[in-house]
Ligand binder design. Structure first.
Ligand SMILES: Cc1cc2nc3c(=O)[nH]c(=O)nc-3n(C[C@H](O)[C@H](O)[C@H](O)COP(=O)(O)O)c2cc1C
Length: 197
């Protein structure tokens, strides 16, 4: 599937805090993308009432829609239209937040019943963590990308930042550098996919 101009990058924040560490990490990733002329969007998922997948099979009968009528039917078309999707979650008991898990389970299934709609999109994960558990969060998000036929870029370190209260991410120099590099790598990869599409 060829990437069309302008390249679109969608960042989804799974933290209930719209101005917390995960949000700022995602915004750092978007900076090089915007500087490259890509269209960028930040979507606040965390803190919104949500249900998990109810396994009703409705997305198989009505491709592109979830039978549970909530914000997932607003988010899915944005994901389907994006060339790169960046999913961010804080670490909650060494795992991702329920909102991001719901995004994965529900849009993952919708996309499969909608012609593997995420194929060849770029997928990147980021995670804020006070101390431990971030690798598990990143693994969970990356599993979603890898079984959705997506392409996952790396960075100069794990895509995480050691931060507890909002504002601490900005003091984590290596975390900020890692997010900047991740954004640069999304640009690098998207431009090459677009050039060859
Ligand atoms: C319910 C809950 C569980 C948490 N569990 C962990 C954990 O297992 N490991 C850890 O290092 N930090 C844990 N934290 C800390 C957050 O991951 C950390 O504060 C993070 O920076 C919050 O990101 P945010 O500002 O984007 O919400 C937890 C915080 C909350 C509220």
């Amino acid at each position: 599937m060829a990437i069309k101009m302008p390249i679109k990058v969608l960042a989804i924040n799974g933290s209930p805090n719209p101005v917390g560490n995960t949000a700022h990490m995602l915004r750092t990733v978007l900076e090089p993308c915007a500087a490259a002329g890509f269209a960028t969007e930040f979507y606040q998922a965390g803190g919104r009432p949500v249900r998990g997948c109810v396994a009703c099979g409705g997305c198989g009968r009505h491709p592109g829609r979830c039978a549970v009528e909530d914000w997932m039917n607003e988010l899915y078309p944005k994901m389907a239209a994006a060339d790169a999707i960046v999913l961010g979650s804080p670490t909650y008991f060494a795992d991702l937040t329920p909102e991001i898990k719901a995004v994965i389970d529900r849009t993952g299934f919708i996309s499969r019943k909608d012609g593997m709609r995420f194929s060849h999109k770029i997928g990147a994960s980021v995670c804020a963590v006070r101390r431990a558990g971030s690798i598990h969060v990143l693994d969970s998000i990356n599993h979603f990308f890898l079984l959705s036929d997506m392409v996952v870029p790396g960075s100069s370190y794990w895509n995480m930042s050691l931060a507890l209260v909002p504002g601490e991410y900005e003091q984590d120099e290596e975390g900020v550098e890692t997010m900047q590099r991740l954004g640069e790598n999304i640009v690098w990869l998207a431009e090459r996919i677009a050039g060859e599409g």
